[in-house]
Design a protein around this ligand. Structure first.
Ligand SMILES: [Zn+2]
Length: 221
């Protein structure tokens, strides 16, 4: 893929990043990312991915998905945006994408998307806010280390509102950052680790995510 003049102009600031360059930008433009879930971090992650030039963004975000799709199109008309129903069969929902960004998932949607990601071998960037804590994790169950069902989420899915919408903003931008790292292969990804942000103390800690032996979804057969 050769970058057009308008693409070079639009993405010039990140193309100038030494590690990224034109080759990295081409990888981003070729990327297909499904952004699914709910909450304040979701549109932020989707918008930053669109601004970076992620070529195809699928949205499975329930109410407001059409508004977000229009926002993305206005932000970057080059991006292809596809709206999905979160209730679509799990493999159908995830297949066709290189990466799943799963945000603030309640237990039923988490299970649904997880089954699709494991079945299709799709890596997962996931995150949420819970009160004054934010969480971001990168999972790649097809290559070991556990799936969304293996993660010990503190109390995710209980619809606890973040301490401040700004915390959701931090989670959303970190989700987009990890997605872009996964797409371009740049940096040290958070793979098989969970980053925990304590907004009150400003402590950032990471913990390893491991395959849970009793997990029936990503078990090794
Ligand atoms: Zn698992």
């Amino acid at each position: 893929m050769d970058l057009t003049d308008s693409q070079i102009e639009r993405y010039s600031r990140q193309i100038l990043l030494q590690e990224l360059g034109g080759e990295g930008q081409e990888r981003i433009l070729a990327a297909r990312v499904l952004v699914a879930g709910e909450g304040l971090a979701l549109p932020i992650a989707a918008r930053y991915l669109a601004a970076a030039g992620a070529g195809e963004i699928g949205l499975a975000s329930g109410a407001g998905g059409d508004v977000l799709a229009a926002d993305i199109h206005a932000l970057n008309p080059e991006i292809r945006v596809t709206l999905h129903s979160a209730e679509s069969p799990s493999q159908e929902l995830v297949s066709g994408y290189d990466l799943l960004v799963a945000v603030s998932l309640g237990s039923s949607l988490r299970d649904h998307l997880n089954r699709g990601a494991v079945a299709t071998g799709c890596p997962v960037i996931t995150g949420a806010c819970d009160g004054d804590h934010g969480f971001v994790a990168v999972l790649d169950p097809a290559r070991g280390g556990g799936c969304l069902a293996c993660v010990e989420w503190p109390s995710l899915g209980t619809a606890v509102k973040p301490l401040t919408p700004a915390l959701a903003g931090a989670v959303g931008t970190l989700l987009a950052t990890e997605a872009l790292k996964a797409i371009t292969g740049i940096g040290d990804p958070l793979t098989r680790r969970m980053l925990r942000i304590d907004a009150r103390s400003s402590a950032y800690t990471t913990a390893v995510v491991q395959h849970r032996p009793s997990c029936l979804i990503c078990r090794v057969t």
